[in-house]
Design a binder for this molecule. Structure first.
Ligand code: FAD
Length: 442
């Protein structure tokens, strides 16, 4: 492909080998010292490395600036099968597979003695049947290393402080956090993948009310839990807590299990003790978690997060776009975060590449609309979960049976399939199935 550097003469093309495909760049780069790169990506979480690889694979010079130093611990450890497709599309799946992460074949929902397992193999035709449970310190480092191998200039310890955009260029003011020096990087486009750093949301005032009630999450890693049988060992467990909220158990292949609770802040704040004492008390109150963790012990200090939902009033603008949590994030209950981060990274990387090449790009139709629709499906599921309708549906085997493959597909992250009626109008579908259950119960 051509790197579109304005005013440069046509150059001879030479092939460069990127993973499995050949791409072409100009043999002699044009004298554009004023541009440090074609695209600057902020943040090296899954959205950032995926987006950076997406543009670099198409021959654009890409710098990814990350304020932290890897490996570092982050929450968001259970992937969905759709994530595997997206990783494969970017040439990242092989590197992930080589890490030997726990293979996740399903999601088990538990409420007291009730349980319902969704096996991803029973989704809709064409859906992938498995995904991974990933310790994020290792996963994010794996993606960053692979991004470098695919040509991305990944720079750690670089914090973006300021961004400026004009008709022709985008520039970032970047501080080297060790040397305490600041430099300006200039490019044709910026992709903000800064997650909760929310760089452009803060600088451009993009924050919007999420519509989600405040919730609190407390989580840590345990060792020594009782693992289920091998075939279902990698399932995520989602336990309806008997008093308030829900619990997650995410088993890793390194012997650790991520355990967390999400509940109302008022309930959490009224509990006595340290965060770890509160978490352990709540785990003991749930019969399923209590049994599985009876002999387990925590191996990391717990973290408490509040008000983690985010929403932007815009996902793109003049020479910028946001992807992953730097845009919209709802709730952890269906493990949608990383998968949506990869979905938005893949879409935006393609549109940024075309924009940099000088093509006319309809960002609303190509980005805002599909991402808003994808998030809307998960929003309907999240609202149905906390409203109590989805647990009623999931634990009603008779009603669920006819539509289970459709729900399984959504739980696998396939929220953009037009051939799934549940994805087309999720909120209404949940309401009508739930109404049928309520009528039958009268
Ligand atoms: P991040 O992973 O947050 O990466 C952003 C990167 O940008 C960071 O490395 C950060 O250091 C960097 N950065 C920030 N500011 C700057 C700056 N100024 N300059 C340079 N770099 C910067 N998702 C799932 O898929 N599965 C789950 O099981 C799951 N569980 C969750 C549980 C909880 C309690 C919560 C709150 C979320 C959960 N999520 C889960 C969501 C998941 O954590 C996020 O969706 C995911 O990490 C988003 O990836 P990202 O790349 O957009 O952002």
């Amino acid at each position: 492909m051509d790197c579109d550097h304005a005013g440069s003469p046509p150059q001879e093309k030479i092939p460069l080998f990127y993973g499995a495909s050949y791409v072409y760049i100009r043999a002699q780069m044009p004298p554009t010292r004023s541009f440090d790169a074609d695209v600057l990506v902020i943040g090296a979480g899954p959205a950032g490395t995926a987006a950076a690889v997406g543009v670099a694979r198409q021959g654009l010079r890409t710098i990814c600036v990350e304020r932290g130093h890897f490996p570092r611990q982050v929450v968001g450890e259970s992937l969905l099968p759709r994530a595997n497709d997206l990783l494969a599309g970017l040439g990242l799946l092989d590197a992930v597979e080589r890490r030997g992460y726990m293979v996740k074949k399903g999601a088990l929902f538990l409420r007291g003695s009730e349980r319902e397992r969704f096996s991803f193999a029973d989704g809709l035709a064409g859906d992938s049947a498995t995904s991974f449970q990933v310790p994020r310190d290792d996963f994010d480092q794996t993606l960053a290393t692979e991004a470098r191998r695919q040509g991305v200039d990944v720079r750690f310890g670089q914090e973006v402080l300021q961004a400026d955009f004009d008709n022709d260029s985008a520039s970032l003011s970047v501080k080297d956090v060790w040397r305490d020096q600041t430099q300006t990087l200039r490019a044709r486009w910026v992709l903000d993948c800064s997650g909760y750093g929310r760089v452009l949301a803060r600088l451009l005032k993009l924050d919007e009310a999420t519509g989600q009630p405040a919730r609190v999450a407390c989580f840590t890693h345990f060792e020594g839990d009782v693992r289920p049988a091998v075939d279902v060992e990698g399932d995520i467990w989602v336990c309806c807590h008997p008093i308030n909220g829900w619990l997650w158990l995410i088993p890793f292949s390194n012997g650790r299990t991520s355990v967390g609770m999400v509940c109302d802040p008022a309930y959490w704040d009224a509990l006595e003790g340290t965060p770890l004492q509160k978490l352990i008390t709540q785990l003991q109150r749930d019969p399923n978690a209590a049994q599985r963790l009876a002999a387990a012990r925590p191996v990391l200090p717990p973290q408490v997060l509040r008000e983690y939902s985010t929403k932007n009033n815009k996902l793109h603008g003049q020479r910028w776009a946001v992807a992953g949590n730097a845009g919209d994030f709802l709730d952890p209950v269906f493990s949608s975060g990383v998968t949506l981060a990869l979905e938005s990274a893949t879409l935006s990387a393609d549109l940024v590449t075309r924009s940099v090449r000088g093509e006319h790009v309809d960002w609303e139709a190509g980005y805002t609309v599909p991402m808003t629709q994808a998030v809307a499906v998960f929003r309907a599921m999240v609202n149905g979960w906390y409203g109590g309708q989805l647990p009623d549906i999931f634990f009603n085997k008779q009603k669920l049976a006819r539509i289970k493959s459709r729900f399984t597909s959504l739980l696998g992250g396939y929220v953009r399939r037009d051939d799934n009626p549940l994805a087309r109008d999720c909120a209404r579908s949940i309401a009508s199935v739930h109404a049928a259950i309520a009528t039958a119960a009268v």
